[in-house]
Design a protein around this ligand. Structure first.
Ligand code: UDP
Ligand code: MG
Length: 328
């Protein structure tokens, strides 16, 4: 990066049915961008790129309207809902064509926009990756906090390096984005992949707030699926654990068999069917679980092998200058 020339910043904002909060978010982000432009921290050409992830509400109409009146607002519309991670990826793929660095942020203002300036200062100090870390998550429910704790512990036990209390609020330099391109996997769990890049990184702390408006787009089911995806995309230890369990059960049953034989020889018969029924159900359940888990990995391999596109762009709104630069 050239230190004297202000970098072009692109703020990528994935939005799924965010009509209630979008205008407030755009206003706050615009104020931050304009503030940084006036300090010559970022270039005049810096943009806020909203990615409409197949919303069914007025999200895209709002983005289009803002694009007409706000020179910093750009937009990308995905043909259908591709999920948060893929929407983010779509935005980053677009943004890297015209920017020097990107910042990803959720649309709901839970992440403090005032630390964006700090992100840029770190970037200008030469860091390629700047992680936004939640110094407290009081605004999250007790349940969400507890499940997050379990997730981080589990991931660290499985040997996956995750940045504690960091979600997808981060800055990436162009160089880091280029590097990220090489991780061409379908199951793209960004917060696990970014630390793998290994470029100089810094952290910025902020307080996580309540959603400014609207409802969470991550209900419990989706959240658990996301966590499960994170685990099975990054570690095969669960499968190893199953193998170990298989061996253990085999030895237990062999020992039980020997014991039964010994009892029989001594004239005892084992009466109760309870033990048989219970163990049948137990082993049956465990086997089904094991097959399901293996199926999860096989399914992932299946997805990777097909190499289907991760998102489909229906239309885009870019400033002419940026667009020319993009296509030139
Ligand atoms: N999001 C998305 N596609 C989806 C679900 C969510 O682009 O399928 C966006 C959403 O609009 C928001 C961000 O991802 O900007 C995070 O979602 P949300 O705030 O609902 O999650 P939470 O903070 O409750 O975990
Ligand atoms: Mg949120």
């Amino acid at each position: 990066m050239q230190k004297n020339k202000p970098p072009v910043l692109a703020i990528v904002v994935p939005c799924y049915n965010e009509e209630e909060v979008l205008m407030i978010t755009a206003r706050e982000l615009t104020a931050v961008v304009q503030g940084m432009i006036s300090e010559s921290l970022v270039s005049m050409e810096s943009a806020i790129l909203f990615v409409d992830d197949g919303s069914q509400d007025k999200t895209w109409e709002l983005i289009t309207a803002m694009h007409k009146t706000n020179r910093h607002v750009s937009g990308v519309k995905l043909a259908k809902n591709a999920g948060h991670q893929n929407a983010l990826l779509a935005g980053m793929d677009q943004a890297k064509n015209f920017s020097d660095c990107i910042i990803s942020i959720d649309a709901d203002l839970q992440d403090d926009v005032n630390v964006i300036r700090e992100f840029i200062l770190k970037y200008r100090d030469g860091y390629d990756v700047v992680y936004g870390i939640r110094s407290q998550r009081k605004s999250d429910t007790m349940f969400k906090r507890q499940t997050a704790q379990v997730f981080y512990k589990l991931m660290s036990k499985l040997g996956v390096e995750l940045i504690y209390n960091h979600a997808d609020y981060r800055l990436l330099s162009k160089r880091a984005l280029k590097e990220l391109e090489r991780y061409d996997e379908r199951n793209f769990f960004m917060r696990g992949i970014v630390p793998l890049i290994g470029f100089p990184s810094a952290q910025v702390y902020y307080d996580r707030k309540e959603r400014a408006a609207g409802e969470s787009k991550y209900p419990l089911g989706k959240m658990l699926a996301f966590a499960f995806d994170g685990i099975t995309s990054f570690s095969i230890k669960p499968i190893r654990f199953l193998t170990a369990c298989g061996f253990l059960f085999f030895f237990i049953s062999a020992a039980a068999g020997l014991f039964a034989l010994f009892q029989k020889m001594n004239g005892y018969t084992v009466p109760g069917w309870t033990s048989i029924v219970l163990s049948l159900w137990l082993i049956g359940g465990l086997q089904l679980m094991a097959i399901g888990l293996i199926g999860e990995y096989v399914g992932k391999v299946f997805k990777e092998v097909k190499k289907r596109p991760r998102y489909c762009i229906e239309s885009g709104l870019h400033r002419t200058a940026l667009h020319q630069k993009r296509t030139s």
